[in-house]
Ligand binder design. Structure first.
Ligand SMILES: [Ca+2]
Ligand SMILES: [Ca+2]
Length: 195
């Protein structure tokens, strides 16, 4: 190998090494997920025991997903909010909604800062999942496929997404936005989530 060739190889290798972290950082919800099967299970702590959300929520109402091995469920959304540090009085969107009137305030689901929240029913009703992680996950693992009827993203500058394996594709959810009623097209159709 001559010297020029050797330098080129070194430069290419160095560029490759430098580019890998940049490529990893670019991994975002804009990349379409593979509609693959998930782990088939999501083990969560609930009232001092471990439950598998894929099999049933056993009375839990809200589950907080901080990572694959860090899922905690609560019997009420109020308990989950307290643990996550959510305070409606300091929730800017809630304060704005209340200024518009009781109906607008009632429509705004609670969702702690930095979480993407998915709800079983409209207006934040029913069971709630809140995610604080950055990778595609199969909602079936959480017993929540084809279930979401409202959502809220309470992160700043952190887009979340959901994906329907049935062909509707991807819905991106901007930071600091919510939808109390997502409409018939997306209702009960999301299969994957990117927190
Ligand atoms: Ca639903
Ligand atoms: Ca679906």
């Amino acid at each position: 190998m001559n010297k020029n060739r050797f330098n080129f190889v070194l430069a290419t290798a160095a560029a490759g090494i430098l580019m890998m972290p940049a490529g990893a950082a670019l991994a975002s919800p804009s990349a379409p997920p593979a509609p693959a099967a998930g782990a088939g299970t999501a083990l969560a702590e609930f009232q001092g025991r471990t439950i598998d959300l894929a099999k049933g929520w056993e009375g839990a109402k809200s589950c907080t997903v901080n990572g694959p091995a860090d899922i905690e469920c609560f019997a009420t959304t109020a308990e989950a909010d307290k643990k996550a540090g959510y305070n409606r009085k300091t929730d800017t969107l809630a304060v704005q909604a209340e200024a518009k009137g009781l109906a607008a305030a009632a429509d705004l689901p609670s969702c702690a800062e930095r979480y993407l929240c998915l709800y079983e029913h409209d207006k934040g009703g029913g069971r709630r999942l809140q995610f604080a992680n950055e990778y595609w996950q199969n909602l079936d693992d959480y017993g929540f496929a084809n279930t979401m009827s409202s959502w809220r993203n309470n992160s700043s500058n952190d887009q979340g997404s959901v994906f329907d394996n049935g062909g509707k594709g991807q819905l991106n959810i901007s930071g600091k936005t919510y939808s109390s009623n997502i409409g018939t097209f997306w209702n009960d159709t999301a299969d994957q989530v990117y927190g």
